[in-house]
Design a protein around this ligand. Structure first.
Ligand code: OOG
Ligand code: NI
Length: 471
């Protein structure tokens, strides 16, 4: 009975994503400019590439593209992380993957909250890259204790947000009015606060330890630090940014430009220097500034199998042994050239990627055919070759650790580059989260398998009906 009046988690997520986008547009005007540029580039790309348009229409993913984005936040405590998990679950977003960024000199580890399952993804794929500060990586014991004290005193969720989350869990969903209130209350957690909750001295000490530590500890909440629209042509957006007054980072992270896009390519513009005020011991406020919020765009390609991902990682590694991109962009052209050269070893046709088992695809029946007998998985190669079955790449919905590190670093500046002992600790992260993270590969494999099973049922069913009608 009750189910009928619940708003679907997909709709709550869509409403939340739209509300975040509207808020960030007013907070960071350059984000709005970037959105406009992306819309122009996407329209031009679709106009010039009818095959791409047709494929996106056929797979029901054309509509989602202009609505698509991800955001990122950085949390301070295990309690914040586990509450955030409960909040995202109300919107149908679940933790997928574990990313250790300590290897890249950033004292956090992360997961991505996102919808899972083909249906939910096609409704709205909004995701949030969520990091937890590794307070254990602060060397100075006194500072660590103070940071812990400051963090334990803050409350990043409103009472109403906590109550509505508990209500959704208890009753199995939220009705219309509650869903609206939930979105409005949760939005507050992600809002920017220009009044820091620490003194200028404390901010300075935290900043000395690491810029990111200052960003997490000094403020009332985990302000959204970027929101990233998806583009169909990242090179065109990168090239178009300066004309709209935005300076992009030197190189696009991820694989090179290819005919068949794989995984994820990302670029960003530098974080803004924003005015903030700090509270002194006497209660007065003093003016200062803080750099945290930036803009990013991304182009998503096909999800790779473990075999494809291993090849990607190896080729990226080989490239970085030849040239490592510097933050000032002085060797950007050399890096791009080396990247394109090494990636010549990665097949660049959909059939090449499929036949080598490097990527995930969805399969569907393309045309009716005379089939000699019952078909099974082993017939797929032939059915594809004969054009009976068509295949479409499954979009990569996750993130890449090397790229994420590059995005973090481009916003921290060279002087912030620091060596931490690499110490991935997924177990600790999951204990803090209060749940295990989902395995991204298992997820793509399941979507692929479901499409194959559906094809087989369809083809065998079709044969049965055709025979029946001939009798
Ligand atoms: C997250 C950086 C990583 C991405 O798209 O890889 C990221 C952050 O700066 O908090 O957003
Ligand atoms: Ni991002």
């Amino acid at each position: 009975m009750k189910d009928a009046v619940f708003v679907s988690p997909d709709d709550i997520r869509s409403a939340f994503s739209a509300a975040m986008s509207a808020m960030y547009r007013t907070e960071v005007p350059a984000y709005g400019t970037l959105m406009d540029l992306v819309a122009d580039v996407n329209a031009a790309t679709l106009g010039a590439d009818p095959v791409l348009r047709q494929r996106l229409e056929a797979t029901d993913s054309l509509d989602r593209i202009s609505e698509e984005r991800h955001g990122a936040i950085r949390l301070g405590t295990p309690a914040e992380l586990s509450m955030m998990r409960r909040v995202f679950a109300v919107m149908g977003m679940f933790p997928v993957g574990y990313y250790d960024l300590s290897t890249a000199g950033v004292p956090v580890h992360s997961t991505a909250f996102r919808p899972v399952g083909a249906e939910a993804l096609s409704r709205n794929p909004f995701r949030v890259f969520t990091s937890l500060l590794r307070i254990d990586l602060i060397d100075d014991e006194m500072l660590r204790a103070e940071a812990e004290r400051i963090l334990s005193a803050r409350r990043i969720f409103s009472d109403a947000a906590v109550e509505l989350t508990a209500k959704a869990e208890l009753e199995g969903g939220l009705g219309g009015a509650d869903a609206d209130r939930f979105v409005a209350e949760i939005l507050e957690t992600f809002r920017w606060h220009d009044r820091a909750c620490v003194s200028p001295e404390m901010y300075h000490r935290l900043h000395q330890a690491h810029r990111l530590i200052a960003d997490v500890v000094s403020f009332k909440g985990p302000h959204i630090n970027h929101l990233t629209p998806r583009t169909l042509d990242i090179d065109a957006v990168q090239a178009g940014m300066p004309a709209r007054g935005i300076a992009p980072k030197a190189v696009v992270e991820g694989p090179p430009s290819r005919r068949c896009p794989i995984l994820l390519r990302q670029t960003s513009f530098k974080a803004l220097d924003e005015p903030v005020s700090f509270q002194s011991a006497d209660g007065g406020w003093s003016a200062g500034s803080h750099t945290a919020r930036f803009g990013e765009i991304e182009e998503r390609g096909i999800a790779l199998t473990p075999k494809g991902r291993a090849l990607y990682d190896r080729l990226l590694d080989e490239t970085r042994k030849i040239v490592r991109p510097t933050a000032d962009g002085s060797n950007a052209a050399d890096y791009v050239a080396a990247l394109s050269k090494t990636f010549e070893h990665f097949p660049d046709t959909w059939e090449g990627i499929r036949a080598a088992g490097l990527g995930y695809f969805t399969y569907s029946v393309a045309r009716r055919a005379e089939l000699p007998g019952k078909v099974g998985v082993s017939d797929f190669g032939r059915l594809v070759a004969e054009g009976v079955v068509r295949f479409d790449p499954i979009v990569y919905e996750d993130f890449l650790p090397v790229s994420a590190a590059g995005i973090f670093q481009s916003n921290l500046g060279d002087e912030a580059a620091q060596d931490f002992v690499a110490s991935p600790n997924q177990q600790r992260f999951e204990a803090d989260l209060g749940a295990a993270v989902l395995d991204e590969f298992a997820h793509y494999a399941a979507i692929e398998k479901a499409s194959i099973d559906k094809c087989i049922r369809h083809l065998n069913g079709q044969r049965v009906t055709e025979q029946a009608s001939q009798e």
